[in-house]
Write a protein that binds this ligand. Structure first.
Ligand code: SF4
Length: 418
């Protein structure tokens, strides 16, 4: 049965075929990372072992819908999108929930409009200290047990990063956040950790190499300041603040890249201060990586050698973890990020989000032919299963398969296939 643990997640987020795959995996190969093969006539659809809603997202949705249901007489607000998925955000809007900030970060509901009687939900990726202060100004008691338990949906794995950042800050480490500077979670982590220590945000391994070059004396202060302008806490002094560092991440970044960022900085510290002083200059923060992101990325990686003709990744266009799944798939096959089945315009045209150009584009001749064809369909951590299910149905329909034939599809573990 779907959504036993978080029973306020709307049932219409489940998809019948995707649920069949999940139920099958509960009984078969639960611990294996191999994908599930759905055989619809001559069409093979591979579904990875892990996809869709992670624990933190499902919990946030459950808490948001519970809050609305249990408080019909109170105004309900969301600080910003609860997760990066339009269907879920629109469903909450339909229940009367208003957004304090829109997706551009512009304030829509003033401090004065909110009162202590209102509910103001904090999203799964948390929020900044500044926004927390603003909620306090409006009279909302965000420190109360009731608030923390029912209305602050910040994922425990995000809070864990903040707590670890605080601990390491107290120990004298500067926090290096591997993340996208403007992403809400990175902004929140940045704001929470800069309370305790200096922080710097690096986007990727290439930027980490620049930090390493500064540490080892191969980059000048002026060049460093030019590259990282506006990406550090106030008063950040690279000469002093890059003596001891600890790497944490925006939990939806590629976990392997976070490990690479940490390895690059460790190498630089070893070069500058010697191997015997390494732990003093570079903290081990492997324990802050989110297991769900890691699982989804590993399950996607296990699809790359499947010899599939195409991958369709379903999710919101501003969803960081979903973009990373697309980047992984693109290493091995043509891959499209689509928000939902409406983006499949015909068997000739598809509208999709180009993760490199960061824009919505249309492509032609996208559907592999002739049959037999092998496709991958997966989804990001903020995508309801129903959207993935609708994509599957639409694609199978383009090959001429009926709803009945999809229902009759056989399932097996892909490693067992001939
Ligand atoms: S990806 Fe991880 S940290 Fe982010 S909401 Fe999901 S479980 Fe929490």
């Amino acid at each position: 049965m779907a959504y036993q643990q978080f029973d306020q997640v709307p049932n219409h987020y489940a998809g019948p075929t995707i649920q069949r795959v999940k139920d099958y995996r509960l009984k078969n190969g639960k611990r294996s990372l191999c994908p599930t093969l759905l055989q619809i006539g001559q069409l093979q659809v591979l579904i990875p072992r892990h996809f869709g809603f992670c624990f933190g997202v499902e919990r946030a949705i459950h808490m948001a819908f519970s809050a609305v249901k249990e408080n019909p007489d109170r105004n309900a607000y969301l600080v910003s999108e609860i997760i990066h998925n339009p269907l879920v955000n629109n469903d909450l809007k339909k229940q009367g929930v208003r957004f304090i900030y829109d997706s551009e970060g512009d304030r829509q509901v003033s401090e004065e409009e909110l009162s202590s009687d209102d509910i103001a939900l904090i999203p799964a990726f948390g929020t900044t200290m500044q926004i927390e202060d603003s909620l306090r100004q409006s009279g909302i008691d965000i420190e109360s047990e009731e608030y923390r338990t029912n209305y602050d949906t910040t994922c425990p794995f995000v809070s864990k990063v903040w707590k670890r950042g605080e601990e390491l800050g107290r120990q004298g480490y500067t926090i290096i956040i591997h993340g996208k500077y403007n992403h809400e979670e990175t902004q929140a982590t940045h704001s929470h950790t800069e309370e305790h220590t200096k922080t710097l945000v690096v986007l990727d391994a290439a930027e980490a190499e620049k930090v390493a070059a500064y540490i080892t004396g191969e980059m000048t202060l002026a060049d460093f300041e030019c590259v990282f302008a506006g990406k550090s806490s106030e008063g950040f002094d690279p000469q002093k603040d890059l003596e001891r560092v600890a790497v944490v991440n925006q939990t939806t970044m590629l976990a392997e890249e976070t490990q690479e960022v940490a390895a690059i900085l460790r190498r630089a510290m070893r070069q500058r201060y010697g191997a015997e002083n390494l732990d003093y200059h570079c903290a081990d923060t492997n324990d802050t990586l989110c297991y769900a992101t890691h699982q989804n990325q590993n399950a996607t990686r296990s699809l790359l050698s499947s010899d599939a003709d195409l991958a369709l990744v379903v999710g919101g266009y501003n969803s960081s973890n979903t973009s990373h799944l697309v980047e992984l798939c693109l290493q091995s096959m043509p891959s499209f990020l689509i928000a939902n089945s409406d983006e499949i315009l015909s068997d000739q045209r598809i509208r999709h989000f180009d993760v490199h150009a960061k824009e919505i584009v249309e492509s032609e001749d996208w559907l592999p032919r002739p049959l037999p064809v092998r496709l991958i369909i997966t989804s990001g951590a903020s995508c309801p299963d129903i959207l993935m299910n609708q994509v599957l149905e639409k694609v199978a329909g383009l090959y001429g398969y009926s709803a009945q034939e999809i229902d009759d599809a056989s399932l097996q573990l892909f490693e067992e296939s001939p």
